[in-house]
Design a binder for this molecule. Structure first.
Ligand SMILES: [Fe+2]
Ligand SMILES: [Fe+2]
Length: 396
């Protein structure tokens, strides 16, 4: 068994032993010690190992561990808000024991965490802070949600003004086409270009000192993914700002919105533009795009854990429906709920080969009706308020 897989197996054993035996029991002590040794053995070849748990995938560093696809503990870790574990230096045995204790405490405190259920504790939904220094009280071994700083109260300071303005965003569209072509030919995600597009869209959003939401109109069906990526990025930033996120987190949401459908580069174009309903086989191919997208993003840059989580989760509904299906019900990351609403709105508000674009009011009504079932009600409510305010701005 290779060292990262061995470490994860020993980790699951140590956590299981922690729930079976009391704190002083030798079996518990032994399991923790064996896991600690497995970590030290891993650190001989990789001083700073990191793991991300994305539903059915476990990602070690840049790569998904094929042997651990569908590993039940991956979903379990994500469920308790441990979507990422980073080891950044030598860990002492005491530090390691505290780490196990902390993760175990989350397991027993989280419904569906897999071991026990004694009420909620902490924030397992990824609403906690992103900064790794805040991931946990440890310094050498850190764990927690893949995340951003949670929404704060107070809302954005910039008033929205208009939507559907006739804008071209030609350079941004060109950059997105370049990003998709690079990814389609198995190159890494050109992150510099992606960040440049987001900076530029953020500027377009704030021209004239007020929030202007420049949504692109689809010119031809084969441009859908480009247009849609830009619109979802812009909408996600506007919504994140309206929810009170700080500028840095707003931009991270912009990157996540821009890259959320990247996995579609692996879906045959004839499926993406099929006018009729999809066969079960075609649907299966289409529904791979979230996990493909997450893998492409993480393989490109391990720092992009948040956009990868959003790519993976953006079709998962708040009631657990949607896809990819998961072994345990759990909340999606806060950023995924933001991008999800924006994604559905833009898809409904755009002409598709199988139906005409819905008017904005009809799309908003759809979102309103499906809040609590499909969408996070707070996020959906903020989105509807933001867009209706825009519409009123347009009328006045
Ligand atoms: Fe999608
Ligand atoms: Fe999408």
């Amino acid at each position: 068994m290779n060292p990262p897989i061995r470490f994860l197996h020993e980790l699951s054993r140590a956590l299981a032993a922690s729930s079976l035996y009391g704190p002083q029991h030798p079996a518990r002590y032994k399991a923790i010690n064996t896991c600690y040794e497995a970590l030290r053995a891993l650190q001989v070849e990789d001083e700073e190992p990191s793991f991300s748990f994305l539903g059915r995938d476990v990602v070690y560093g840049y790569d998904a561990i094929r042997e651990l696809q569908d590993w039940e503990w991956s979903d379990r870790f994500a469920t308790i808000g441990v979507q990422r574990i980073e080891v950044t230096a030598d860990v002492s045995p005491d530090e390691f024991a505290i780490f196990i204790e902390d993760v175990h405490a989350r397991l027993i405190a989280t419904p569906n965490g897999g071991i026990g259920a004694t009420g909620a504790n902490g924030d397992a939904a990824g609403r906690g802070p992103l900064q790794s220094e805040n991931l946990s009280r440890q310094t050498a071994i850190r764990f927690g949600p893949i995340g951003i700083q949670g929404a704060t109260t107070g809302g954005g300071s910039v008033e929205p003004a208009m939507i559907d303005v006739p804008v071209s965003l030609d350079e941004e569209s060109e950059a997105i086409r370049y990003i998709h072509s690079q990814v389609a030919s198995d190159e890494a995600v050109p992150l510099v270009e992606a960040e440049a597009v987001v900076r530029s869209l953020s500027g377009a959003l704030h021209s004239d000192g007020q929030m202007l939401i420049p949504l692109l109109k689809l010119k031809s069906f084969d441009q859908y993914t480009t247009t849609h990526s830009i619109n979802v990025s812009v909408l996600s930033m506007a919504l994140a700002e309206a929810l009170g996120n700080n500028p840095r987190d707003v931009r991270i949401m912009g990157v996540a919105g821009l890259l959320h459908d990247l996995g579609k580069v692996r879906v045959p174009p004839e499926i993406l533009s099929k006018p009729g309903s999809l066969s079960p086989e075609e649907r299966e191919l289409l529904e791979r795009h979230p996990s493909d997208g997450a893998r492409i993003i993480l393989n490109s840059d391990r720092r992009l854990t948040l956009p990868a989580a959003v790519a993976f989760e953006h079709h998962i509904m708040i009631n657990g429906g949607g896809y990819p299906r998961r072994h345990f019900a759990r909340d999606c990351h806060y950023a995924s709920t933001v991008v999800h609403v924006c994604d559905v709105y833009d898809a409904l508000h755009t002409d598709r080969p199988y139906r005409a674009a819905w008017p904005s009011a009809k799309a908003l009504h759809y979102i309103e009706r499906r809040a609590e079932r499909e969408f996070d009600p707070v996020v959906a409510g903020a989105f509807i308020a933001l867009m209706r305010k825009n519409e009123r701005g347009l009328e006045s």
